[in-house]
Design a binder for this molecule. Structure first.
Ligand SMILES: [Zn+2]
Length: 378
């Protein structure tokens, strides 16, 4: 996640903090100090205990994510890091679970761990009267109460069956396991995520507009992100199932225009860009890709300087370009196009430029597959 920094390393996994977490940490500390802890305490005591309680809470979020991560590792998935951000924690996996069983165990591990933490803290709290004197108990009791309550709440919220919440992943793994159809399972679980987002928005609206509780705005933020993630999962699944196991080789264009380094921009525009209506042209030297020049790059140069400016001066160098190989799956290529403005990906095989993959060709292919798929189902 961009905008995050490493704070620790546990069991070989980086623990990172996103800057948005600082906001939620301060907010939680404020809420704890002002409304959860006894008013009879001094301001200093309220703040110190609130900070410690907030840190303990976020530690239990890290333990929740570590539980997901350790199960993921058990199934040979690499966990690069755990990031704390405004909406809680997330374990960053480099790939999706390969079986329904792996996903079920991985997803269930988190809420079960939160339940376990809540239970363990509750037991410790029951034991404290025999260990501490009355004065200390007055300090520890509200902290324990809050941590038991919040870990229980985290477990319950995460068990709600809406993807990508843990409960949604559990639901997906169960449908996937029963039907053998991962795509169907993703669609149902993600619809669940959209529905849960809708319910959260209603809860937020009720709190803000009917009860006048501005804290309810938080539900809107949650609803917004959950809806976005669930919708993205549906979109991703549509593409993945339309594209199937097609390789880049089947859609790439081998009859394409490229331009040697040192060609002037004027010559490039006159001879190649205008007659062929091209948006981007690979720059080559002895058959090797050295860069890509787009219309946007060309527009940065004043027209008077076109005849004297070589393409190398404005191109994006190959080292900064996303490329694909002919044997890459189309799904991976779609990933590499990303949300950027690049109209094509150079196709490189053993260092040589062998073709280009046009974004339009991929989009057209996906649409065609969907149309045919819908007709086939009727
Ligand atoms: Zn979780």
């Amino acid at each position: 996640m961009p905008g995050s920094f490493r704070v620790a390393r546990i069991l070989g996994i980086d623990i990172r903090i996103h800057f948005s977490w600082v906001v939620i940490f301060l907010l939680l500390t404020y809420i704890l100090a002002s409304s959860e802890l006894p008013r009879s305490w001094s301001d200093t005591k309220q703040i110190v205990v609130a900070v410690i309680t907030a840190l303990l809470f976020f530690s239990s979020v890290v333990v929740h994510e570590l539980a997901h991560s350790l199960v993921a590792r058990r199934f040979h998935m690499t966990v690069s890091s755990i990031t704390l951000f405004a909406l809680g924690g997330v374990a960053n996996l480099t790939k999706e679970p390969s079986s329904a069983r792996a996903e079920f165990l991985m997803a269930a591990a988190g809420p079960l761990t939160s339940l376990g933490i809540a239970g363990a803290l509750w037991l410790v709290q029951r034991a404290t009267p025999s260990l501490l004197d009355v004065q200390d108990l007055k300090t520890t009791t509200p902290v324990f109460n809050y941590l038991v309550y919040i870990n229980f709440a985290v477990a319950l919220f995460n068990l709600v069956p809406g993807f990508p919440l843990d409960g949604g992943r559990v639901l997906r793994s169960v449908i996937w396991g029963l039907s053998g159809n991962r795509s169907l399972a993703t669609r149902i679980a993600a619809r669940g995520g959209q529905i849960v987002a809708g319910i959260l928005a209603l809860i937020g609206a009720n709190a803000v507009f009917l009860e006048g509780d501005s804290g309810g705005a938080w539900f809107f933020v949650l609803a917004y992100f959950l809806f976005g993630l669930a919708s993205a999962a549906i979109g991703q699944d549509r593409i993945t199932s339309a594209v199937g196991s097609v390789r880049v080789r089947q859609l790439m264009t081998t009859d394409f225009r490229s331009v040697p380094t040192a060609t002037s921009i004027g010559q490039l525009i006159r001879d190649i860009v205008l007659p062929n209506n091209l948006q981007a042209i690979p720059v080559v030297a002895q058959g090797r890709l050295v860069g890509l020049v787009t219309i946007a790059d060309l527009r940065k140069v004043e027209q008077a300087e076109w005849p004297t400016t070589p393409v190398d001066a404005v191109m994006r160098p190959a080292s900064e370009l996303a490329t694909v190989s002919p044997d890459d799956e189309l799904v991976a290529a779609i990933d590499r196009f990303g949300g950027g403005d690049v109209p094509l990906l150079p196709v490189v095989d053993h260092g040589s430029l062998v073709g280009v993959l046009f974004r339009d060709a991929v989009v057209g292919y996906v649409r065609m597959q969907e149309t045919l798929g819908l007709d086939a189902r009727r």
